[in-house]
Design a protein around this ligand. Sequence first.
Ligand SMILES: [Zn+2]
Length: 479
Amino acid sequence: MKYEAVIGLETHIEIRSKSKMFCSCANGSGAPPNTHVCPVCMGYPGVLPVPNRRAIMTTVRAGLLTECTIAKFSKFDRKSYFYPDMPKNYQISQYDLPFCEHGRIKLEGTGLSGAPLPDKYIGITRIHLEEDAAKLVHSAEGSGVDYNRAGVPLMEVVSEPDMRSADEAYAYLTSLKEIMRFGDVGDCDMEKGQMRCDVNISLRPVGQKEFGTKIELKNLNSFRAVHRAVDYEIWRQSELLDRGEKIRQETRGWNDDQGESYLMRTKEAAHDYRYFPDPDLMPVVFTDEEIEAVRAALPELPAAMRKRFQESYGVTAYDAGVLTADRELAAWFDASAKKAKTPKLVANWISSELLRLLGEDKISIRECRITPEGLAELTDVISSGVINGKIGKEVFAEMYATGKSAKTIIGEKGLAQVSDSGAISSVVAEAIANNPKQAEEYRAGNERVLQYLVGQVMKLSKGKANPQLVIAELKKQLQ
Ligand SMILES: [Zn+2]
């Protein structure tokens, strides 16, 4: 490869909040168009914005989660532009004094291609807070504007141009989403528009320090699309450079169906936003104590959790990844593992049985009838030999369906494993009497037939006999 790609990402993330950024309208998708609106978010003259303090503190939390420095003095600015999605003809944003600056996110694991990632951090230039624009809706009947989204708190996370490949961009976005979800900042569902991402990408000859001319890529609807678009742009720009052509600074869109980027606008058409401080909004000032209070309440992040799950519960790296794919699932496992005598068994049951059932029923762990304590109890009765693994599956299915505890089900159905030596001895004797041919073969030295006899005993005991005791008793009686 003659060229090195230089990639930076600008990611917009909708903050999860009850109300909008500067008015008390509800913040939520799915409502009929223009039902979450008021004079403030519709940009009527004479109204005053009131900042959403929680959204501001959520942005501070996002900054601390990504190791940013929090500005003790910041302000809101007006970004002027004229477009139907912006009722005021300006957007309240932050220009030169954002809430958060100079953070970083560590790349983890492998990229989308499966190749290992370099051991490195991606710098966060800044995180600022702004209001979202309305949504333009185009249909057969014509075009309209839905102002429900206008004024929703929106965070912009600007990365340093530290990424060098599609895999690194993909991994950065994956980590960013994970951090924001675990940090209760937002849901970051790209399909719902809760997370949107623009890519800046340029190429330079390997070894050169100066950046090449950058292209901005827009209309990226998924992390996978980002990966494809970056790979495509690296190829496209390499071809141009190889032919001795100059890269023009331009904004390009991504057509995911055709797998190619297309010209949207050149630099000449770039906006001049004429930023100036919003005279309706006071500067925002934080004390050290306020910032430290947010820091003290930060949740544990998934990367740290994966490490802890492996170290203190002995789960595999793979299971740790599965268990931390979702914040609620991770907390659920953590609560269960803390109670269980063998936490690794809890992890096994979740990844093999529970997630499969939840997936089949399309429900989340929050709606699951089994409690973390319930699963801990089930693994305990299995590991202590009260029931065997096979009966465990039956009990588990019943727990999942009814929400009853393992011990209740075992009691009601009489499923407890038979470890009583007298009972086992008589059922073993019965199995031997029923299968004289196999018993003779075993005595003649064919040890493999023992498994068959164990199966017969288990059948007679309806699966309840303790398999270890059965084997010992069989060997004894067959001598
Ligand atoms: Zn409103």
